[in-house]
Design a protein around this ligand. Structure first.
Ligand code: PMP
Length: 446
């Protein structure tokens, strides 16, 4: 058996119909460097999706590698209850310099979904312990995505992931999310007055008594097809949450650490959430780690004599893993020393300009929306009516397969193709990626 055969013999790949692998075999990656991944035969692939949006500063960055190697010979892991270590403490100190004001306490876990579960439980217990035991429900946006565990799936309302599990899920309050490409109010991005915020206002007015927290993917609904909405929406949400004593949870798992052009998406709105979940780019995409960060006010509601039973009895074995913290610290150092965000801003303009030049006039590209280095191209049958392709045609997937042959990893979200590259991508790499993407689109849909 060769490696591919062995892979298919043993491995059940994530988020995949395994029958698809009969035709498109798994690509066995041997090594990576910068934006490139290399398979066993030496074929090069541009990782334009940052390996599920987590690789922040390129693959095999020598500085992150060395930091992890040094830490490995000192301490690989330690129980994080009652014990601590320098990498975790130093990391919190560094993060304090960049997170939205008011966030002060760090609860570690090991993946994005776990950080969301932690945020939900923390909010629920906070409300309970501060005399609001009736506030038990979570509000979320339609088409939101917050992970795959039961709680996270309950506040994510994308049918693609949640439909089959509905009988297992919590009863939540989904509110119509902004849809700026197909705005139901007939507005465009330039004349938007966040009319759609009325759905949130209505839901709060009717149900605030029972709402514990509202969770959002700030500015960028990634799983929904990189839908982008304006910062004013978050500002309004902050105000409403204060008015009705609802906790505001920012799921910055995909948007954190410069993906939207600022360090965090909430920075665009110049307001702070009460709880913020981070993961993915936190370790540069090196090691599974997540943090649920909250305020003194929430932390204090759990702080009491042991027998009062107010502690947050929530744990994950790998909480605060020293190797993960070390990788995250190295990322923090690189972000500052190499002025990554400033340089990424220049590349972001370049990338959007190049994509516009190559594809904006294409009759099946509805729009090329962008924020930071994230650019999403919505494939439509007709530009004027914005009519979607039937999902059964799997147009995005056909283009993905074509681009893979040419050395570009353009894994789509349904009919949406997107670029979400490492922040360190350079102009030459952008040119190459745009050129392959354009060729593949033209070969598949003309
Ligand atoms: N929230 C958001 C916004 C995400 O994009 C993701 C992952 N794509 C998650 C939560 C879940 O993270 P994980 O896959 O690490 O559980």
């Amino acid at each position: 058996m060769n490696l591919v055969e062995k892979d298919l013999r043993y491995i059940w790949h994530p988020c995949s119909q395994m029958k698809d692998y009969e035709e498109l075999k798994p690509i066995i990656i041997d090594h990576g460097k910068g934006v490139y991944l290399y398979d066993k035969a030496g074929k090069e692939y541009i990782d334009i999706v940052s390996s599920w949006w987590c690789n922040l500063l390129g693959h095999c960055n020598p500085k992150i590698n060395n930091a992890i190697k040094l830490q490995l010979d000192k301490l690989e892991h330690v129980i994080f209850a009652n014990f601590s270590h320098e990498p975790a403490i130093n990391l919190c100190e560094k993060l304090m310099e960049i997170i939205p004001p008011g966030l002060t306490k760090f609860n570690f876990s090991d993946n994005g979904s776990a950080a969301v579960e932690c945020a939900l439980k923390m909010s629920f217990q906070y409300q309970y312990q501060t005399g609001h035991a009736r506030k038990t429900k979570f509000m979320c946006l339609t088409e939101g995505y917050h992970g795959e565990t039961i709680g996270a799936l309950s506040v994510g309302s994308m049918d693609l992931y949640a439909r089959i599990y509905k009988p297992m899920l919590m009863d939540t309050i989904p509110v119509q999310a902004p849809d700026c490409y197909r705005c139901p109010y007939g507005k465009c991005r330039s004349d938007c007055k966040t009319e759609c915020f009325e759905h949130v206002e209505k839901a709060f007015a009717e149900q605030a008594d029972e709402i514990c927290a509202m969770i959002v993917e700030p500015l960028l609904q990634g799983g929904a097809g990189m839908r982008i909405y304006p910062a004013i929406y978050l500002k309004k949400l902050r105000k409403l949450c204060d008015e009705y004593q609802v906790i505001l949870i920012a799921d910055e798992i995909a948007t954190g650490f410069g993906r939207t052009g600022k360090m965090f998406a909430f920075d665009h709105a110049e307001v702070s959430p009460d709880i913020m979940c981070v993961s993915k780019g936190l370790t540069g995409g090196y090691l599974p780690m997540a943090i649920t960060i909250t305020t003194d006010e929430i932390f204090d509601a759990f702080y009491a004599d042991y027998n009062e039973g107010k502690a947050f009895m929530h744990s994950h074995t790998y909480s605060g893993n020293p190797l993960g913290c070390t990788a995250a610290l190295a990322v923090q150092e690189l972000l500052r020393k190499d002025h990554i965000l400033e340089k990424a801003a220049v590349r972001a303009e370049y990338l959007h300009h190049k994509l516009n030049e190559a594809l904006l006039e294409h009759s099946h590209i509805g729009e090329i929306r962008h924020i930071g280095l994230v650019n999403a191209m919505e494939l439509v049958i007709d530009k004027n009516t914005k009519q979607e392709y039937d999902s059964k045609l799997r147009i995005g997937y056909q283009i993905y397969k074509n681009a893979l042959e040419k050395g570009l990893i353009l894994r789509p979200l349904g009919n949406v193709l997107y670029f979400n590259p490492p922040l360190t991508i350079n102009e030459e790499e952008i040119d190459k990626a745009v050129s392959i993407c354009t060729e593949s689109i033209k070969e598949v849909i003309g």
